[in-house]
Design a protein around this ligand. Structure first.
Ligand code: NAD
Ligand code: UFG
Length: 371
């Protein structure tokens, strides 16, 4: 069945008509995955979700369903369990896969490299083998700006040499290599490698959003928890960078724009075999203090902070050259940092403990947010 795509933002950057497909979303109960399930359902696709819930809750899917009026089939499956992965393909006639499932905390990956390589690489291999066996050869993969490493000039362009500087990033790079080798070996594969910059924000309904377990690693979830009273103050890591205000600059992207980027990539690769890579970012850098000011505007009051030393491994500034995604996919970001903070704050204010009704007893999970 052919139908036109619409977006929840009301902006329709992708003009192509698309066929309704049955999409398997691995990691679909997670932060970006749940927003993408919503975008896919709004675009008319049928969605099947596979997740082991190691860093998420099924409640996100229940809320997506409340927003879209559609239900995604859910399978609590670990990707490292190959027979269980195969069983999902036996049960559903899948047309394409969006692969989010993975561990994503950079610091934790340095402490526990084996866990990261095992989960992310073995999980992906099991998924690809099951896909091949079931003649499903379209995949959109969650890569990361972290693959650009430390030595590239900004803005980052897809054709640059990549080289991550931490185990998490290396799993992304290695999966990119596996997928590239696969696409080069067999022209039946349709592969999109999406390099995300810094996803923040939440669906404007305030019903779904990022729910980090333990102490958040990332800037906006940390600011949000200070604003809601769960933490005392933001520690700003580094005030002496060679940037306009001395704090580090990143390319923040609204999670709803990011989710729409997946639908656009899926549409693009549907008729085109081969391997393609796109940056998904805004093409613009914002400093830590600029983000803090935007968040304060959303909350309507000052947020306590202290400038402290630099965080090991952080770069002074990076952002995307996002022109390929615009040229090829007709996709670009539609929401600015103020809107990201307003939406993130609505989610945090309405759900102070995320998908939990109350503060979890022990906040010890180091996985938290990352990547
Ligand atoms: P998330 O942790 O919210 O979602 C990942 C999901 O994968 C979780 O629901 C988790 O339970 C699931 N999962 C992990 N290992 C699994 C396994 N072995 N089997 C089944 N399910 C498993 O993270 P997110 O922020 O939504 O990120 C989604 C993807 O995007 C990840 O691959 C991440 O590395 C990548 N990414 C994220 C960011 C970011 O800043 N959030 C940036 C770049 C790339
Ligand atoms: N920051 C603070 N205080 C905090 C948390 C973060 O000042 O409590 C600063 C960081 O030092 C950095 C900026 O805010 O300058 C953004 O930090 P995040 O942790 O939110 O995100 P990163 O830019 O460090 O990068 C993350 C991953 C990278 C990946 C990138 C894009 O760590 O590997 O997202 O996907 F490349």
């Amino acid at each position: 069945m052919l139908q036109h795509r619409s977006t929840q933002s009301g902006v329709a950057p992708i003009s192509a008509s698309v066929e309704t497909m049955k999409i398997l979303v691995t990691g679909g109960t997670g932060y970006i995955g749940s927003h993408t399930v919503l975008s896919l359902q709004e675009a008319g696709h049928d969605v099947v979700v596979l997740d082991n819930l190691v860093n998420s809750s099924e409640e996100s899917l229940r809320r997506v369903s409340e927003l879209t009026g559609k239900t995604a089939a859910f399978h609590k499956v670990d990707l490292v369990d190959e027979p269980a992965v195969e069983a999902v393909f036996d049960q559903h006639q899948i047309d394409a896969v969006i692969h989010f499932a993975g561990l994503k905390a950079v610091g934790e990956s340095v402490q526990e490299p084996l866990a990261y390589y095992y989960n992310n690489i073995v999980g992906t291999l099991n998924l690809l083998r099951a896909m091949d066996k079931h003649n499903v050869r379209s995949i959109v993969f969650s890569s990361s700006a972290t693959v650009y490493g430390e030595h590239n000039p900004i803005p980052y362009i897809e054709k640059m040499e990549i080289g991550a500087n931490n185990p998490y990033g290396r799993t992304k790079e290695q999966i990119e290599d596996i997928l590239s080798d696969l696409g080069n070996a067999d022209d039946r594969w349709h592969i999109a490698l999406l390099r995300y910059f810094n996803p923040v924000g939440a669906h404007p309904s305030g019903r779904i959003g990022e729910d980090p377990q333990g102490i958040p690693n990332n800037l906006v979830p940390f600011i949000a928890q200070v604003a809601v009273g769960r933490r005392e103050k933001l520690m700003v890591f580094g005030g002496d960078y060679d940037t306009p205000d001395g704090t580090a600059q990143r390319d923040y992207i609204h999670v709803v724009d990011l989710a729409d980027g997946h639908v656009a990539a899926l549409n693009y690769i549907a008729g085109r075999p081969g391997v393609r890579r796109w940056n998904l970012g805004s093409g613009r850098g914002s400093s830590v203090l600029e983000v803090l000011r935007s968040f304060e505007k959303a909350v309507g009051q000052p947020i306590p902070y202290e400038i402290t030393g630099r965080r090991a491994g952080d770069l002074p500034a990076f952002w995307a050259d996002a022109s390929s995604a615009l040229a090829d996919l007709g996709w670009s970001t539609t929401k600015n940092v103020d809107q990201m903070c307003e939406d993130h704050w609505r989610w945090q204010k309405n759900n102070p403990y995320g998908y939990n009704a109350a503060e979890p007893a022990a906040a010890g999970n180091a996985q938290a947010s990352g990547a």
